[in-house]
Design a protein around this ligand. Structure first.
Ligand code: FAD
Length: 444
């Protein structure tokens, strides 16, 4: 089913690549990250071309809950411990600046995208001091924050951590406004990249700078991004008949839910899982919650989406690999890509324009943070090895990316790869990467 954003905003179509061309910068992927990057590059006078495999805004950006916030679940305590206070401060300031830049851009261009200020709030229903620790970490880094037990939620909480002056918007209304004047080719999947040559079935693009903003980089080498990220899927309901919430909420306990209002709808999200490791009845579990706490609510639509989860929790934004100095990557948003797409767009465009880049070190893809990532790395290695081994034993239903055995998700009627999160329709048609080609599914 279409997300609330898709059903309330159509984006104009763009042509496909007309044949081989030259451009100063090429952005692969027309989601929020790619379009914002192209926007800032174009404004800096760099001739930029966006190559989009399908339609712009049709990827994970259309399935988001679109909170614009520097509150990224529990992160600041971990960043201070594993990255150091300097990098943690940089992460906070990059994201806080990004919220201000959204506000400046939207107000200065009078963009009608339902943007409004709201507080972001993490809540817990359990005992434990995680939120106190996060509050202390945030305060130490200069993030305005407060603890409370008052929320607008329909159940009592043990504690709630508020970051004021965050925001929310309609991502596709925003995209519609900022794509005006950009050079965009849709239905133009990039098949391979070598040096400054981008190969598509419609022609080749020669570019001085190449930015991979295609959600999950499809190349195995260089970069080895497949070894550094997995994907996680979440489910959303749009509900009518509930009074609007002023603020935006996320539960930190296992099974915690996400809440925000969009006009007269409440967006309820949750039931996250590693893509390809399928849980029981995610939509039904969300519905059970609605029946219990919002008995008069009506479900208007439902959808799901997924994002790339870096093992150390910080996105990869910067040079793709030391082997390819003119390639850049934007990936691994960990379900916080609204704010960090803005961080990425500013970082990459400043880097290409040879301007000082204030937050480079925390996001650099060259980092290795074992303390922050070793637990997730063990899980990723074991899930990937299992998926690969099963793919070798049962050669039917293998993912076209690396050959892992696909799992059936009955809630979405899709085949999913538990290793790297590629998805295919019930007939094997590619829905999202890193795989680049469809698979053949033998009939039962
Ligand atoms: C359920 C859910 C809720 C979320 N809520 C929030 C939130 O409240 N706040 C927040 O900050 N973040 C949130 N996120 C995260 C956020 O939505 C994502 O991080 C963000 O949308 C990613 O944008 P993107 O541009 O990287 O990817 P996409 O939007 O997926 O764009 C990538 C584009 O690249 C294209 N592409 C792929 N391969 C190729 C190729 N070979 N050639 C050409 N094009 C290609 C795709 O077609 C796609 O259009 C949420 C994520 C989920 C899953």
């Amino acid at each position: 089913m279409k997300s609330i954003w898709h059903s309330t905003q159509l984006l104009s179509p763009y042509p496909s690549l007309p044949g081989s061309i030259r451009t100063e910068a090429a952005v692969i992927g027309g989601g929020l990250a790619g379009i914002l990057t192209a926007y800032y590059l174009t404004r800096s006078g760099i001739q930029t071309t966006i190559l989009e495999a399908r339609r712009i805004g049709s990827g994970q950006t259309s399935g988001t809950t679109a909170k614009i916030t520097a509150q990224h679940n529990l992160i600041y305590q971990k960043l201070i411990t594993c990255f150091g206070e300097g990098d943690a401060r940089m992460y906070a300031s990059a994201n806080q600046q990004a919220i201000k830049e959204y506000s400046r851009l939207i107000h200065s261009h009078s963009i009608d995208c339902d943007f409004r200020e709201a507080s972001a709030c993490l809540y817990t229903r359990s005992a434990g001091d995680s939120l106190q620790q996060e509050y202390k970490a945030a305060s130490r880094l200069g993030i305005p924050a407060r603890l409370s037990t008052d929320t607008e939620l329909p159940f009592p909480v043990r504690n709630a951590l508020y970051f004021p002056h965050q925001a929310q918007f309609h991502p596709l209304k925003f995209l519609k406004a900022i794509t005006k004047g950009l050079t965009i080719y849709e239905n133009t999947p990039v098949l391979s990249v070598k040096g400054h040559q981008i190969h598509t079935s419609l022609g080749d693009v020669t570019a001085r700078h190449i930015i991979f903003a295609c959600h999950y980089p499809f190349l195995l080498w260089p970069g080895l991004y497949f070894a550094r990220m997995y994907q996680s899927r979440s489910y959303c309901l749009s509900l009518a008949g509930i009074p609007s919430l002023q603020d935006m909420y996320l539960g930190i306990d296992p099974g915690g839910l996400s809440f925000r209002s969009a006009g007269n709808r409440l967006l309820l999200g949750g039931c996250s899982h590693r893509t390809g490791i399928i849980p029981d009845n995610p939509y039904q579990r969300l519905q059970n919650f609605v029946h219990k706490y919002y008995p008069t609510a009506k479900t208007v639509s439902h959808w799901s989406a997924q994002d790339c989860m870096p093992l150390d929790q910080v996105p990869y934004i910067g040079p793709f690999s030391f082997l390819e100095p003119d390639w850049y990557v934007i990936t691994g948003f960990g379900k916080w890509g609204m704010t960090t797409s803005m961080v990425a767009a500013q970082l990459i465009s400043r880097k290409i324009c040879k301007k000082p880049v204030p937050w480079e070190s925390v996001f650099t893809p060259r980092r290795i943070k074992l303390k922050a990532s070793w637990k997730e790395a063990i899980t990723h290695l074991s899930e990937s090895s299992r998926g690969l081994a099963l793919g070798l034993i049962h050669p039917d239903r293998r993912c076209s990316h690396m050959g892992c055995r696909l799992k059936w998700n009955p809630h979405e009627c899709t085949w999913e790869c538990p290793c790297h999160g590629s998805r295919f329709s019930h007939q094997g048609k590619l829905l999202s990467g890193p795989a680049q080609t469809s698979v053949s599914i033998p009939s039962k």
